[in-house]
Ligand binder design. Structure first.
Ligand SMILES: Cc1ncc(COP(=O)(O)O)c(C=O)c1O
Length: 428
């Protein structure tokens, strides 16, 4: 509980004092807010050339999407990449790429955007939900506990920019002969032990949707070092991609259409060039904020989300744990009153599709037709329930989340630190 305003050494905005931070946080669209003339010119170039389609146009203008694929693969340090229309499309193509399908189980974390699990369902496979630990990422011990004879793949999700423990996950995958599909939607450009995320597993999937680190509004990328996986992802993303990529008809499988348009490719290409700069800006700001609240955190028994590799963290968010969910709600509200864009990560009554307990269509095993869907054809009975990952809910419930915008000024950072100190100091 907060003491009364009179008893508090530092007056809080929630009690009527002027807020520590004079203006609200900038909108948390790191790449989106960086859009300027370069993106405008790139888009105009496409429009003026009239080549709006990745495979051809009226003239001989080179494809922006192809250029993005090459630049993205080079940036990530992989051999192949496929540009698609969304992160969910990237996951769907990635799952088809590694051969996940009906009857297979894929282990996903309890904390991720529902699209990670929905992509598994759309590939005809069954998502199996595993606990996250104090990294708020897949807990390797629970991954191992959730493996069955039907497990085909593990999907580590680098949530809120933080690298999953890839050494442990890859060791489990090797031991049990499983594949790894990385969901890197929220961690473009981040790394683990010096290697970019998305490049550890058999396939890596990225999102360029508007609130991601870099953006083309909508969009996604699939990366891999494996030629077979690339071919399969390519075939799934475009019904006749094989013809275009010189894949023989004997190998042809039916795909769908997730082709990225040239206009998005043009924006994505410019945004990719901004990525390292955005990461550097967020990392510097996060470091200052965390250092500035370290003392009060220590005094109040507050712990930070554990990072497997702090240097590789994309630093889009600062997350800390308080003692109870009630305290987390109160701290977030008090910080909001200080003009600091704080939030909590789980409340049973607040619908939020980032937490498995709210994945209603999955928990209820809903299918498009009465006979269809992965659960009807499962090789064992699958049961889900809201509290099947209690440790994840407990940790998420006590978490307080702050966005770290690359646009925070030095003044904003100082005032954020001041606000955090005020609010946390006032905690009984
Ligand atoms: C972790 C995660 N996975 C997948 C997705 C899906 O990406 P998209 O919205 O581009 O389909 C998102 C974001 O929306 C995400 O945050």
């Amino acid at each position: 509980m907060y003491p009364s305003p009179e008893a508090s050494e530092h007056a809080l905005a929630i009690h009527g004092a002027p807020p520590a931070k004079r203006r609200p946080d900038p909108p948390m669209f790191p790449g989106g807010m960086a859009i300027d003339q370069e993106e405008e010119e790139a888009v105009l170039e496409v429009l003026r050339s009239k080549r709006l389609f990745r495979y051809y146009g009226p003239g001989d203008t080179p494809s922006k999407v192809e250029a993005l694929e090459q630049a993205f693969a080079q940036f990530m340090g992989v051999r192949y990449s496929v540009a698609v229309t969304s992160g969910t499309a990237a996951l769907t193509c990635g799952l088809h790429g590694i051969g996940v399908g009906p009857g297979d189980e894929v282990i996903v974390p309890a904390y991720t955007w529902i699209a990670s699990a929905a992509a598994v369902v759309s590939a005809g496979a069954i998502p199996i939900v595993a606990e996250v630990d104090d990294t708020l990422l897949l807990d390797p011990a629970d991954v191992e506990a959730k493996i069955t004879p039907y497990t085909r793949a593990i999907m580590p999700v680098h949530m809120r920019g933080a690298p999953c423990p890839m050494d442990e996950i890859l060791a489990i995958a090797r031991k049990h002969n499983l594949q790894v599909i990385e969901d890197t939607a929220q961690a473009d450009g981040a790394s683990y032990r010096g290697q970019r995320l998305g490049t550890f597993g058999d396939v890596g999937c990225f999102s360029l949707q508007f609130n991601k680190i870099i953006t083309s509004g909508e969009g996604g990328m699939v990366v891999t070092n494996d030629q077979e996986v690339w071919k399969r992802a390519l075939m799934y993303h475009d019904v006749i991609a094989p013809q275009r990529a010189g894949i023989p008809t004997e190998e042809l499988l039916c795909g769908t259409n997730y082709r990225m348009p040239e206009l998005l490719g043009a924006v994505g290409l410019v945004q990719l060039r901004r990525l390292d700069g955005l990461l550097a800006a967020m990392r510097a700001r996060k470091q200052m904020i965390q250092a500035g609240m370290a003392d009060v955190a220590r005094r109040k028994g507050i712990t930070f989300r554990r990072l497997t590799d702090p240097e590789g963290d994309a630093a889009i968010a600062l997350i800390f744990f308080v003692d109870t969910p009630e305290t987390a709600q109160r701290v977030a509200k008090a910080l909001q009153a200080e003009n600091i864009g704080a939030s909590t990560l789980y409340h049973p009554d607040h619908l939020d599709y980032h937490v498995y307990a709210h994945w209603v269509p999955i928990l209820e095993q809903r299918t498009w037709t009465p006979s269809g869907g992965p659960w009807r054809n499962a090789r064992r009975e699958i049961r889900y329930h809201k509290d099947m990952c209690p440790r994840s809910l407990e940790l998420l419930g006590r978490a307080v989340h702050l966005n770290v915008s690359p646009l925070l000024t030095n003044e904003d950072v100082e005032e954020t630190i001041e606000g955090l100190n005020r609010v946390l100091h006032a905690l009984a």
